[in-house]
Design a protein around this ligand. Structure first.
Ligand code: CDP
Ligand code: CDP
Length: 219
């Protein structure tokens, strides 16, 4: 595996991984990997192709054949912009179902590692520290209470002009987190050598500052 610089940020849904990881990457001039997007893209592509999310062999073929381009903040699947489409909670739930299938995880592993460049990488997901980049120089497990995370997701949806029901979001996040924690392959868990960052009472800026200060201390 490449010896380039990697910061791995894992955590449950709506803990702020993506927001914090992107800002840290921007501050350091590193590339950014949103590994969850790959599982979401696999779920969406399978749905479009009429492949059941439980069909491990067929979904892993969909994952291997993903025709995806990351263009700045846009995500393009087979020529169509799906940046918003993959964020739907139904696709998040599908992502967590396909993510529990070992063949699907194997199909996406190399694709994730290819994001690592000599310029440095900040990668966010569930198993960045434990499995995809076990030699990452800095590992962070970001979390927040279930109530705070549900409210964050609620505000995100309202901010995008979408309908949102706090009770439904809370139960969707809970069932997705439970599935992610309980699966047998690469479950959501804090790596033994990861720093824990509890962000329930932290702003985005405070969380970013803490990650950058751990990074500077490591360097
Ligand atoms: O990637 P993940 O699902 O973990 O979370 P996100 O989509 O990056 O963040 C969810 C929302 O929480 C975003 O609107 C953030 O601005 C907000 N937020 C945060 O990420 N961190 C905080 N400390 C406070 C708020
Ligand atoms: O933004 P949010 O945290 O809600 O989800 P995401 O990071 O986009 O990931 C969607 C789903 O993909 C998660 O619920 C996980 O089941 C799965 N996933 C995973 O298993 N491993 C990763 N490295 C990233 C995501």
């Amino acid at each position: 595996m490449s010896q380039s610089l990697v910061i791995a940020i894992d955590g449950p849904s709506a803990s702020g991984k993506g927001t914090v990881a992107q800002l840290v990457a921007k501050c350091l001039g590193f590339a950014y990997l949103d590994s969850g997007a790959l599982y979401r893209l696999t779920a969406l592509a399978a749905k479009q192709q009429g492949v059941a999310w439980s069909d491990e062999v067929a979904v892993s073929e969909v994952a291997s054949a993903l025709d995806v381009e990351f263009i700045g903040e846009r995500i393009v699947l087979a020529g169509a912009d799906v940046s918003l489409g993959i964020r739907a909670e139904e696709i998040g739930s599908g992502a967590s179902q396909v993510a529990a299938l070992p063949m699907v995880r194997a199909a996406l592993l190399q694709r994730q590692r290819e994001f690592s460049t000599m310029c440095g990488l900040v990668a966010d997901g569930r198993d960045m520290a434990s499995f995809v980049f076990p030699a990452a120089q800095l590992k962070v497990f970001l979390t927040a209470s279930a109530e705070v995370r549900a409210e964050r997701r609620y505000k995100q949806l309202i901010g995008r002009g979408e309908k949102a029901d706090l009770a439904l979001i809370t139960s969707d996040l809970q069932s997705r987190d439970d599935r992610d924690r309980q699966r047998t392959v690469a479950p959501l868990a804090q790596a033994h050598d990861a720093f824990l960052l509890e962000t329930s009472n932290l702003s985005v800026d405070e969380a970013v500052t803490q990650v950058l200060s751990w990074w500077r201390a490591r360097r």
